[in-house]
Design a protein around this ligand. Structure first.
Ligand code: HEM
Length: 124
């Protein structure tokens, strides 16, 4: 039962993080002031903290740990890449073109993370 609720939380926060990232990227292009609003940043941090917390809880329940489970190791490395690309796309990129490239790569990376989670294999 706990597994069910935690997995529901994990998957819901995954859907939210992808949708909210795409929305923030859209705002960055057409209404940059919104991306810098405090509530936007707090909502994103709150969701991603829940996502990470639920992921760690699932790993503990399933006794699957990074380094021991290759798919989880791949997920965490890809998560780091996703975070860095996301930061470049929303804040650090010098031009809209480079930000757009980073945003597309970030979406591809998060797509890879989802596939790795579904297949429980880093090689897809
Ligand atoms: C952006 C980051 C992440 C995405 C997109 C993501 C995506 C997913 C998805 C879609 C599932 C459901 C798979 C299924 O229905 O079988 C899942 C399950 C899971 N995730 Fe994540 N996840 C992320 C981060 C993490 C993190 C950081 C951890 C651990 C530290 C983690 C650990 C797990 C575990 C243990 C499962 C359960 C797998 C199973 O029940 O078969 N995830 N993840």
């Amino acid at each position: 039962m706990l597994y069910y609720w935690v997995k529901t939380l994990h998957v819901s926060t995954v859907v939210f993080t992808i949708g909210f990232f795409a929305l923030r990227f859209f705002w960055m292009l057409y209404n940059p002031g919104l991306v810098r609003k405090k509530w936007v940043r707090y909502l994103s941090v709150l969701n991603d903290t829940l996502l990470l917390g639920a992921g760690i809880t699932l790993a503990i329940i399933l006794h699957q740990y990074p380094l021991q489970s290759p798919w989880l190791t791949a997920k965490l490395i890809a998560l780091l890449v996703y975070i860095l690309l996301g930061m470049h796309a929303l804040r650090l990129g010098k031009s809209k073109k480079s930000r757009t490239i980073s945003a597309l790569l970030a979406l591809l990376t998060v797509g890879y993370i989802v596939l790795v989670a579904l297949k429980r294999s880093p090689l897809l």
